[in-house]
Design a protein around this ligand. Structure first.
Ligand code: MGD
Ligand code: MGD
Ligand code: MO
Length: 662
């Protein structure tokens, strides 16, 4: 974005033409920063919990004293690892690395492994292709067939829809696979609505037909695919009848999809993050990716796999270096708390028990699974610090809340999930009130703890703007990128390709696309071939304790718990709701607008009912992001459990029932 500042205040936000992936500029959330930065909700100085509840303003000096005293006490009692360092995904810049560097200097800490967001699909893709790379975003316009599988780009990646439109204008076929009708499926030629969590079976059934009809690309398989014969044998049982029985997708649709995937070239599958939130989803993603491998749709214009692009994640600290790693000691840092099981693992940790937590850039009370356990774990600690810009559900649990900068108040270099640009986020306004960026907070705290100035200088930038820029430049030097280039506009990340894997080189153990993966077995204890198992908590075969599968996807006008409290957003997003199909409502005697109770053994939510005529029976939706303070987070109902690979969170392994609220 391009922003205009007058008299030290943001006055407008416009598109930046330098990013080919996002030429239309910011959506409503981006534009709403004009409100967000100056929101009365913003915390402008440190706040300390009062003994009788509520918060009171304190001076930074007192805040540093208090933290230093509590940290010294925690360290003396249980060692440095009694301190939990938790960082969410509120911003992803080069300066994020300061946090863990500081805690190492402190003598270590306990931190988390895994990720709430995308690790299951990242790992499934890595096992198959060797790396997470994708064609440039605009290449999608060259596809003749686009399958948007478990992704709602019109809400969550809306710039991608522009390239879908361009492909459609050139005559492409567009298919959406999602249990619900979405803004994305409005543009589709075909919407396929499987039972949630059964997409693995659907993919194996499609592979069965593609192979049976002789629609595979023999030459491509010969040259680039490892394990094809074994894969072909393994899909023999997946007849259209069996696939229909498991997925509830009519066999005619399965045949049509297989025909399209087998015959229409080039084909791109855009697979979403929403679908990898099940206990079987790593294997599901491998099965879907196999469809591109056997039809030769990789490494060519208009063809390929668009899941995530790690090209811009060139700094260990942009992508947290500890993400995705299995629990182990890394230097003094104990990596023993799974983000998926945050509450449970915090409670279970011994030697030392946790007594102090530091939370920044995240809102785990509303965003991590199993809110009641997360709350219990935080409440059991002796002391909690939360750095955030407003009183989130998590900040409300803190003993000390520190104000955080907005993205306009300190320069940083950022990467992306989808496109291949590195971008400079320039400081354009002064932080309001007494707001300090994290790097300054760490410096102040380090000095108070008696850490040597030289050691702090080695990991943290100085306070002045040019010191921050010099620090950023020193981190960019190894990549031959300068801040001056970035000041001109977005810069393509080193190694970013227009067409991924065009050279046919796949950095897997066999050097080929692996349909059979030994590492899948040794690392994750799943079958070497992509296989289908019903998710652990699922209504798919009617064995679950409760009859409805609860999905909690993202919503257009918020990013998780961010933005939803702003006036401009509230015009469009009134509050949390439960979406249910008409049949499920009728059998329960429920009508639109009724107050309903959504419940399972872990908790309950009371929400107004919205009838959704596009939702398949047996599925209900409550978007994630709403907090306890505005009507309840959907994670009161989810369980802290990991997916089958990558230490992701299986948010959608979640069955519930719904009744009229009394
Ligand atoms: N049920 C369910 N739960 C989900 C999901 C789901 O699909 N269903 N999705 C999951 C996914 S994909 C994700 S990515 C996670 C997101 O989980 P989180 O990252 O915990 O969620 P956010 O609500 O984005 O919270 C980010 C916080 O960072 C703060 N922040 C922003 N910038 C800064 C900064 O510069 N410094 C500091 N200190 N703070 C800052 C914001 O104010 C906000 O409070 O949620 C997950 N939770
Ligand atoms: N506006 C907005 N944009 C965002 C975000 C946001 O919060 N708001 N968050 C960002 C982040 S951090 C992320 S991770 C991405 C996520 O964005 P997406 O990848 O789009 O993920 P979700 O919205 O979680 O889910 C996408 C779709 O998957 C469907 N789905 C769920 N289960 C299944 C299943 O079993 N099978 C199939 N086929 N489909 C299923 C859901 O119904 C939903 O429509 O969005 C990013 N963009
Ligand atoms: Mo995410």
């Amino acid at each position: 974005m391009k922003v205009r500042v007058e008299e030290g205040r943001l006055v407008s936000i416009d598109p930046h033409p330098g990013n080919r992936a996002t030429p239309e500029g910011p959506c409503l959330k981006g534009l709403s920063y004009l409100e967000r930065v100056y929101s009365p909700e913003r915390i402008l100085h440190p706040l300390r919990r009062k003994p009788d509840g509520g918060f009171e303003r304190i001076q930074w000096d007192d805040a540093f004293d208090l933290m230093a005293e509590r940290l010294t006490k925690a360290k003396a009692k249980g060692g440095p690892q009694s301190v939990l360092y938790y960082a969410g995904s509120g911003t992803k810049g080069l300066l994020n690395g300061c946090g863990l560097a500081f805690w190492r200097l402190f003598g270590g800490c306990t931190t988390t492994y895994g990720d709430l967001c995308w690790p299951t699909g990242l790992e499934a893709t890595r096992l198959t292709l060797g790396d997470n790379r994708a064609n440039a975003p605009w290449d999608l316009a060259h596809a003749r067939l686009i399958v948007m599988w478990g992704k709602n780009a019109a809400e969550t990646n809306l710039h991608q829809m522009r390239f879908v439109e361009q492909a459609l204008e050139r005559g492409a076929t567009f298919i959406v696979i999602d249990p619900r009708r979405t803004q994305t499926s409005e543009r589709a030629h075909l919407l396929v609505q499987p039972k949630p969590g059964t997409d693995g079976a659907l993919a194996l059934g499609l592979a069965h037909l593609i192979i049976q009809e002789g629609l595979v690309d023999r030459d491509f398989i010969e040259a680039h695919v490892h394990g094809y014969e074994a894969f072909a044998r393994s899909v023999e049982p997946w007849t259209p009848d069996r696939t229909e029985a498991v997925t509830d997708v009519p066999a005619v649709y399965i045949r049509r999809l297989a025909e399209d995937l087998g015959r229409v070239k080039p084909a791109t599958i855009c697979v979403g993050f929403g679908m990898q939130r099940y206990t079987n989803s790593g294997q599901t993603i491998r099965a879907i990716l196999a469809l591109l491998a056997i039809t030769g749709n990789i490494g060519k214009p208009g063809a390929g796999w668009i899941y995530a692009n790690l090209a811009t994640q060139i700094f260990g600290s942009v992508k947290d270096p500890l993400d995705c790693y299995p629990p182990e000691e890394q230097g003094a840092v104990r990596v023993s708390v799974s983000v998926a099981r945050l509450g449970r693992d915090m409670l279970a940790q011994r030697n030392p028990e946790l007594s102090f937590a530091w939370v920044e850039r995240g809102n785990p009370v509303s965003q991590n699974p199993e809110t009641s356990k997360v709350l219990e774990a935080f409440r059991r600690l002796d002391f909690r610090v939360v750095v955030d810009e407003r009183l989130t559900d998590t900040a409300r649990e803190a003993d000390l809340v520190l104000p955080s900068k907005s993205l306009f108040e300190q320069s940083d270099v950022i990467g992306a999930y989808w496109h291949g640009y590195l971008q400079l986020r320039q400081k354009v306004i002064q932080p309001p009130g007494e707001v300090k960026p994290e790097s300054e907070i760490y410096r102040g705290l380090g000095l108070r703890l008696g850490m040597p100035q030289t050691e702090l200088d080695a990991i943290l930038p100085g306070v002045e703007d040019d010191a921050v820029e010099a620090w950023l430049q020193s981190r960019l030097d190894p990549f031959g990128i300068t801040l001056d280039q970035l000041r001109e506009g977005p810069v393509t990340a080193p190694g970013m390709e227009e067409i991924a894997f065009a050279d046919g080189v796949f950095p897997t153990p066999s050097g080929k696309i692996e349909l059979v993966s030994e590492e899948a077995v040794t690392r994750w204890n799943v079958d070497a071939l992509p296989s289908y198992r019903e998710p652990g908590e699922s209504t798919a075969s009617g064995r679950a304790k409760y009859p409805l599968q609860l999905l909690s996807p993202n919503t257009k006008n918020g990013i998780h718990s961010q933005f939803l409290t702003l006036q401009v957003i509230r015009q469009f997003e009134a509050g949390p709701m439960l979406f249910m199909g008409p049949e499920d409502a009728a059998t329960r005697g429920l009508r639109a607008g009724d107050d309903v109770r959504v419940f399972n053994d872990r908790g309950e939510l009371r929400l107004p009912l919205k009838i959704d005529f596009g939702l398949r029976a047996g599925v209900v939706i409550a978007v994630n992001g709403w907090e306890l303070q505005n009507g309840g987070t959907v994670n009161l109902l989810s369980e802290g459990r990991e997916t089958d690979m990558g230490h992701g969170a299986a948010f959608h392994d979640n069955v519930v029932n719904v009744e009229k609220s009394r």
